[in-house]
Design a protein around this ligand. Structure first.
Ligand code: DP6
Length: 435
């Protein structure tokens, strides 16, 4: 952007949620957010779950060029940020500050090479971010949120393609570790790196969505009244106290990273599923091995594990291989991964054992139209006719209505999107720079 004084320097971007199949748990550097192990995730579709961020730079929000001394200037620069309608304090040593500062440095470098560019790096910022899913859904929003922040600043500052998505991921990582993986679509690895300065700790694409587009995800939002241990605090307690984590870092993860990467390359769902479930269990075992122990999964989570294991056992007994995989993050919600063609039977089975979950039928599986809402109390579902023959129906009881509150059906998705440059209907900021 070179432009005139009246021009509005603004960009609006969306970024996806990602759910890890090899979990990140533990930091070797808590300030730079450098992990103790590599991790790997599947990016989910932004049509269903996303964060949207608008970023604007304007001299009326503060202008560094009018202050000769950099420190005096910084004191006059006012960046402000709103998250889901509430203003967030940008703390001087906080994660938001670091991300914004790093992005501003990249813009300043671009401006110094091309003096005809508008001095956006010297102007204050207004940033507004929203998630299209309620935080009450129990889904982590920090990954998509920080990815959308970085994507919108990259678009505002016109940093790409000179600055690669992997380079941007290094900055997103400093907002929230898992956010670095949301800068890519498809299947994404976070290479933990070895350097003390974090220069080699970044995300890379393992395979694009187009390589294996038929992987679907069913998110089972499990009721949980009490708030669990936040992941930032929980993982460092594990680093400090769990001997099992050391084994995970040295032996378990390196071997699994290699194997699951190969499974993705071959679209080998059986191996992908086996490693995904084993790694979720190993991560939760490390949480249990923490002192004092951390419990994220609850009885409903464990029932879903038993159900999935029984479906797979019966299917394998018929020589048909695994039907689906479960994985759990730092909470009780299950994310079930499965090939698209298995989803109708999986959905019906879940709705049989966990009746009354709210469900928007994104892919029109129930035949009442795409996105038809199925809310609250409803008749218990029968089991699907195409379950494997030897399936033991008594493996878990039919649960109380609402044990699973909500089901979200989605699929593997693409990388962050630029929705709009300049002012327009997508923007989350009004003309005056407020939400
Ligand atoms: C269990 O990325 O939220 O979801 O880096 O401290 O912000 P911070 O942690 P965060 O941790 C995510 C942990 C996880 C596993 C994963 O996504 O890999």
């Amino acid at each position: 952007m070179t432009g005139s004084a009246e021009e509005i320097y603004q960009a609006t971007c969306s970024a996806p949620v990602n759910i890890a199949v090899i979990k990140y748990w533990g930091k070797r550097d808590t300030s730079l957010i450098l992990p103790t192990n590599d991790s790997l995730s599947v990016t989910l579709d932004q049509d269903h779950l996303r964060s949207v961020t608008t970023a604007r730079a304007d001299p009326s929000f503060g202008d560094l060029s009018s202050y000769p001394d950099a420190d005096a200037a910084a004191a006059h620069l006012t960046d402000r940020l709103w998250l889901n309608g509430e203003e967030e304090l940008i703390k001087p040593d906080g994660r938001l500050r670091r991300c914004i500062d790093e992005m501003r440095k990249l813009r300043a470098a671009k401006e110094s090479k091309d003096p005809s560019l508008a001095s956006l790096s010297k102007w204050g910022l207004r940033i507004c971010s929203e998630n299209n899913f309620p935080t009450a859904a129990g889904l982590a929003s920090s990954a998509s949120g920080f990815a959308a922040l970085i994507a919108s600043l990259a678009a505002l500052y016109e940093l790409q393609p000179e600055v690669s998505s992997s380079q941007l991921s290094r900055i997103a990582r400093q907002g929230s570790g898992s956010a670095c993986r949301s800068l890519f679509g498809g299947y994404v690895a976070w290479q933990g790196g070895k350097e003390a300065d974090g220069s080699d700790s970044l995300a890379v694409e393992v395979a694009p969505k187009s390589h294996w587009p038929d992987l679907h995800a069913l998110i089972c939002v499990v009721s949980d009244a009490k708030k669990g241990t936040p992941s930032t605090a929980g993982m460092q307690r594990t680093v400090q106290t769990s001997p099992l984590l050391q084994h995970r870092i040295k032996e378990v993860v390196p071997e699994r990273m290699a194997k699951i990467t190969e499974a993705i390359q071959k679209r080998d769902f059986d191996t992908f599923a086996a490693i995904t479930m084993a790694d979720s269990n190993n991560f939760h075992a490390c949480c249990l091995d923490t002192s004092p122990p951390i419990f994220y999964m609850n009885d409903v989570s464990r029932s879903i594990v038993q159900l999935v294991e029984e479906i797979n056992r019966a299917s394998e007994a018929e020589g048909l291989g695994k039907k689906l995989a479960y994985t759990y993050d730092a909470g009780p919600n299950a994310v079930l991964y499965a090939p698209k063609e298995n989803m109708p039977a999986i959905l019906q089975t879940i709705r049989h054992y966990f009746p009354s979950a709210d469900f928007d039928d994104t892919f029109n599986i129930l035949g009442n139209g795409a996105n038809a809402s199925h809310r609250g109390a409803q008749e218990p579902q029968g089991l699907p006719s195409d379950l494997p023959k030897g399936f033991n129906q008594g493996v878990i009881p039919v649960h109380e209505p609402g044990s699973v509150r909500r089901l979200i059906h989605t699929q593997v998705g693409g990388s962050p999107r630029v929705l709009e440059r300049g002012a327009g209907s997508e923007a989350l900021l009004k003309d005056d720079g407020t939400p």
